[in-house]
Design a binder for this molecule. Structure first.
Ligand SMILES: [Zn+2]
Length: 295
């Protein structure tokens, strides 16, 4: 059993700075004068339409792209899509079919509120995410809508943490509907992993009883207290799609989860590489260079 690493004050300040930079712009973009020219050209422009051709998720969730993307309509049976102005409602057709299916199956709970999926060709986003690059990731709000959203509600959704300062779950925002929503997602064999706040994972572990297999794909991560993040498996025939590392055995309710709770990391910031260690983004897969830069 490993002891969770404790950050020093200086490291925490550096991490806070790194997070702030990532939310605005990836640090590598600030180093544009020393980056390869082709990288600068690609990061300055995001295609507004998908790359035509067969649906292929290429590379990994944190360094990849997408061809043959499909868009999710603003609303449909069981769902409402948020922030249309971002143009991040694009995904691999397998993910779009998955979202439609899950929204239909959970419509009795309310209207599922869908946050970012991916850009039309996936790839790195200049704000908000390190992943979501291959069209296989989607953010779902814990809050369910009970009526169609107004334009204002859709454009500027309420971001409400279901986790209180003391680490308890807020009863008005967390209940049976959220549990049922997460369990439905986690029980679907198409899912590779789901990220939730560690406090939420602990609540699921406490309530699951003897039926625990579905807990395994639900992993604790920083943030994720107002939405959860779902990643589906690499679709069949997508040979250039790089899956995430295999999940550890078991339900994930043991020592690793406990370390998130006791260390206080459940309310901390994402653990990103320090700026000095990671001045540039990793090299993009060759196929993605062509997809992202073709206009
Ligand atoms: Zn996400």
């Amino acid at each position: 059993m490993s002891v969770p690493y404790q950050f020093s004050v200086i490291e925490k300040a550096l991490i806070a700075a790194a997070v702030a930079l990532t939310l605005v712009v990836w640090p590598g973009d600030l180093m544009a004068t020393t980056a390869p020219v082709r990288t600068v050209a690609m990061t300055n422009r995001v295609a507004e339409t998908p790359f035509p051709g067969s649906p292929q998720a290429i590379g990994s969730a944190a360094n990849g792209c997408l061809s043959g993307a499909m868009s999710l309509p603003l609303s449909g049976p069981g769902w409402e899509a948020l922030r249309p102005g971002r143009n991040r409602n694009w995904g691999h057709p397998a993910l779009i079919a998955f979202i439609r299916d899950l929204a239909g199956r959970t419509s009795g709970l309310g209207q599922m509120q869908i946050g970012d999926i991916a850009q039309p060709r996936g790839g790195h986003m200049t704000s908000g995410h390190g992943s979501h690059q291959t069209g296989l990731d989607v953010d779902i709000f814990y809050r369910l809508a009970d009526q169609p959203l107004s334009d204002q509600e859709r454009a500027e959704p309420q971001m409400e943490s279901v986790v209180a300062e003391d680490g308890s779950l807020i009863p008005e925002l967390w209940g049976d509907a959220q549990l049922a929503l997460l369990k439905t997602f986690a029980s679907d064999p198409r899912v590779e992993r789901i990220f939730v706040n560690p406090v939420i994972k602990r609540a699921l572990c406490d309530i699951a009883g003897g039926d625990r297999a579905w807990l395994r794909v639900i992993r604790p991560w920083w943030g994720h207290d107002d939405h959860f993040h779902v990643r589906i498996q690499c679709p069949d025939g997508n040979g250039d799609c790089i899956p995430g590392p295999p999940l550890p055995p078991g339900d994930g309710c043991g020592a690793e989860l406990q370390s998130w709770i006791t260390s206080g990391d459940w309310k901390g910031l994402p653990r990103l590489p320090l700026p000095t260690q990671h001045a540039h983004r990793p090299e993009m897969p060759a196929a993605c260079r062509a997809i992202i830069s073709a206009f």
